[in-house]
Design a binder for this molecule. Structure first.
Ligand code: ATP
Ligand code: MG
Length: 420
């Protein structure tokens, strides 16, 4: 069993727990300022109309950890129709199990009705159909969630934490534990394998032994997950503020190679390049800047391209031809492993193909590169190469000065090049 970092332990000491019943704990010290006012308003309206309502899942886990949750889910005993009637700006979504999106400008609070256990309905031919479209109790709802730390309910109005599975203790000790039989639950929904490691990376905690044991056996099931769901989940590893840690966890757990090609040989230089790329990504997310998946994939796969490029430029006796062939091959192999949509691979190709052009000193070509629609991403990528000592730092400095200069100064800078 791994233990939580010291900081976390002392954080939890701050809470004075008074057990009211077995499962309900008075919990006054969650930092209310971290909670979305819209989530609170949604709960107030539901409660004001005689229903129960709680914040649930990852948002509660993050609040207990002192992190601002990225989204808020609310559960209630009101049915979707009842919820929809209470909120003018809401819509019912989902075909089988319906839930409600309550819309507050750019923020959406997802409100769902407590779900019951999956019902197994025997068929005349002896087979069993699993039906999971029933509403249930709060306790049944907790049972259906994945990990104990994701199955807590919190009322910001009554300052009450409802915790049927000792999620609070697990969080305190830094462990992720599956609810129910881990192997069955991974089989039921293999995305839980990724969710487990994503929480490990996000909170720097670890899977407990019983939840880890079946992983090796169930990992092949990852490839049964529908592409779009898989893509979204893998992207969350990298574009939610903990990319560097995610990369480490995925590599250590042999998950990374399920989705991404790795270079034929690894060097310190490659590790530095990737960790700089991941650090920059985390920094951008912390500053609320956008991050495009194509840039991420470009730097994760750059060295596979480079290693093949070295080979093909000799074979083809043509540098650019070699680069193009390397790019084609890497993309072809990569998409077999993990479905990267064409709109991203188009951008990746451009980012890579533009790299040699940063070293070209012809004024005409410099201006043409500046006007290229993918210039900004390719420029950032070139800076990453400089930052990681893969390209002469002077090239990065030259381009930064050039793009920062006004029209007149730009031509002076270019003229200096031609005079050299
Ligand atoms: P984050 O939002 O930080 O990525 P999260 O745990 O909140 O993490 P969500 O996708 O927002 O993830 O899911 C909200 C909650 O729904 C989870 O905390 C968990 O209780 C439940 N949940 C989500 N996906 C599953 C699943 N595949 N199996 C069981 N429960 C799930
Ligand atoms: Mg969430």
């Amino acid at each position: 069993m791994s233990s939580a970092p010291l900081i976390l332990r002392s954080f939890f000491k701050k809470f004075k727990k008074t057990k009211k019943s077995n499962f309900e704990i008075d919990f006054k010290k969650i930092d209310i300022s971290l909670i979305s006012v819209h989530a609170i308003k949604t709960i107030e309206i539901l409660e004001g109309n005689g229903f129960e309502a709680y914040i649930v899942g990852g948002a509660v886990r993050d609040l207990l950890f002192g992190i601002k949750p990225k989204d808020f889910d609310v559960v209630t005993n009101a049915t979707p129709d009842q919820i929809h009637r209470l909120f003018k700006r809401s819509r019912i979504i989902g075909r089988r199990f319906k839930l409600v999106h309550v819309i507050y400008g750019r923020e959406v609070i997802e409100v769902s009705t407590y779900r019951s256990k999956q019902k197994e309905i025997p068929q005349p031919d002896g087979s069993i159909i699993k039906d999971d479209n029933y509403y249930g109790t709060i306790e049944e709802d907790a049972m259906r969630r994945d990990f104990t730390i994701n199955a807590m309910f919190y009322s910001p109005i009554h300052h009450k934490l409802v915790d049927f599975h000792n999620g609070l203790d697990d969080l305190k000790f830094g462990i992720i534990q599956m609810i129910g039989d881990p192997e069955k639950r991974y089989q039921e929904d293999p995305i839980r394998i990724l969710r487990a490691f994503r929480v490990c990376a996000k909170l720097n905690i670890a899977l407990n032994t019983s939840s880890r044991k079946p992983i090796e056996k169930v990992v092949p099931l990852l490839h049964n997950i529908p592409h779009s769901r898989l893509f979204d989940e893998v992207i969350k590893f990298f574009l939610t503020g903990h990319a560097l840690n995610s990369y480490k966890v995925m590599r250590n757990e042999n998950i990374y190679s399920q989705f991404f090609l790795s270079p034929e040989f690894e060097t310190k230089e490659i590790s530095l390049f990737i960790s700089n790329g991941l650090k920059n990504t985390d920094l951008r997310i912390s500053r609320d800047k956008s991050c495009n998946p194509s840039f991420l994939f470009s730097f994760l796969l750059w060295h596979q391209v480079c290693q093949l490029w070295d080979q093909y430029k000799i074979e083809l006796k043509h540098s650019i031809g070699g680069l193009n062939q390397a790019i084609d091959e890497v993309i072809e192999e990569q998409v077999k492993l993990f479905p990267i949509h064409k709109r991203f691979t188009i951008a990746m190709r451009e980012i890579w193909r533009l790299q040699p052009r940063f070293e070209n000193q012809s004024p005409k070509k410099i201006y043409r590169l500046l006007l290229h629609p993918r210039f900004r991403a390719a420029y950032d990528f070139m800076l990453l190469r400089c930052q990681s000592n893969q390209l002469d730092q002077g090239i990065g400095i030259w381009w930064t000065n050039f793009i920062d200069a006004d029209h007149h100064k730009k031509s002076l800078i270019v003229n200096q090049l031609t005079r050299k």
